[in-house]
Design a protein around this ligand. Structure first.
Ligand code: F6P
Length: 342
């Protein structure tokens, strides 16, 4: 069997570990050959590929990013996209695809399978950890460790200068990174997209923290919104899947807190640092296990499925399930952290 592999959407630590596991097991156990499609769905859409075999995956386990490149290309936004992918696969003698991606890449994979009978298997990835079908996605653990370390470092400088320090982390629709990093880093306020926040209450917590002679650390997810929204935040850029380019709530909050409390406030936006560099052991292991199960699924002809972590087991679920439900931070979990606020 000849299998095409692609990585789509925002990159995340662990993608190379998946690719390595797919190729190593595919070659040694099943006698597969591989085609590495470049830059997500752009690769099969334009027939742009690179060779992918055991030599190409040597040494890539600890490397961040993806050796195949990534993009947010939407195959359904391109003229005749699905037919072009099918044709390019046929020309290259590719029997099936393994698509490693988040909600957009896997949403496209699901439609390509359902509507165009393309043989695709999905592997879920996102640092956001917001895919409902799997308990965890790889990349998340690395991201929260990076954010936690940043919070640890910000505590000491915040205390030295008696400043409010805000850390803006990724998380468009779900506040998993903010919640976990904030809890692990001892944040005094955590703001997530699931729950609109009241700036006045945030300022009360800031005052309470200063009253205990320590400086406050606020962790805010990029998708978090104050009640009533951020004035003048329209006109943002969108990607090929229609997502707004976020970022900015941290700096807006910096101005509001200074204005209301008179306390010096600084915002740090962690941005893509959270997605870069070497994966943690947890992410390497999860990514490797996903890769091993994905290639076995391809060998067994289980097209239209996706690997998922359920408790400690890797299971195959329908690809459509991958994007059916956005996994958000439940209110009950969020309120567990509130005892540490202020
Ligand atoms: O989906 C992963 C993610 O890192 C989000 O947390 C973030 O909103 C988005 O990607 C950023 O996308 P880009 O790298 O295209 O700016």
């Amino acid at each position: 069997m000849r299998i095409g592999v692609l990585t789509g959407g925002g990159d995340c630590p662990g993608l190379n570990a998946v690719i390595r596991a797919i190729v190593r097991k595919g070659v040694s156990n099943h006698g597969h050959e591989f085609v590495g499609y470049r830059d997500g769905w752009r690769g099969p859409l334009e027939g742009d590929s690179q060779s992918l075999g055991v030599p190409e995956v040597r040494g890539i386990l600890p490397r961040g990013g993806t050796i195949l490149g990534s993009s947010r290309t939407n195959p359904f936004a391109a003229e005749g996209g699905p037919a072009r992918i099918a044709e390019n696969m046929a020309v290259a003698g590719v029997d099936g695809l393994i698509a490693i991606g988040g909600e957009d890449t896997l949403g496209a994979a699901s439609r390509l399978h359902e509507e165009h009978a393309l043989p695709v298997i999905g592997v879920p990835k996102t640092i956001d950890n917001d895919l409902g079908a799997t308990d965890y996605t790889f990349g998340f653990d690395t991201a929260i460790n990076i954010a936690m370390e940043a919070i640890d470092r910000l505590h000491t400088t915040a205390d030295s200068h008696h400043r409010v320090l805000i850390v803006e982390v990724m998380g468009r629709h779900a506040g998993w990174i903010a919640f976990h990093a904030g809890l692990a880093g001892g944040a005094n306020v955590i703001l997530i997209p699931e729950r609109q926040f009241d700036v006045g209450k945030v300022c009360d917590l800031v005052g309470r923290r200063f009253a205990s002679h320590y400086a406050p650390i606020i962790v805010v997810a990029e998708g978090a919104q104050p009640i009533g929204g951020i004035p003048g935040a329209d006109g943002a850029q969108h990607d090929a899947f229609g997502h707004v380019r976020l970022g900015g709530v941290g700096h807006w909050l910096e101005g509001e807190i200074e204005r209301i409390t008179g306390k010096e406030t600084r915002a740090t936006v962690l941005g893509h640092v959270q997605r870069g560099g070497t994966p943690t052991a947890f992410d390497r292991v999860l990514a490797t296990r996903f890769g091993l199960h994905a290639i076995d699924a391809a060998q067994a002809g289980r097209w239209g499925t996706m690997t998922a972590l359920r408790r400690t087991e890797i299971e195959l679920v329908q690809l459509a399930e991958a994007t059916a439900e956005l996994k958000t931070v439940p209110e009950s979990l969020y309120s567990e952290a509130e005892v540490f606020f202020g």
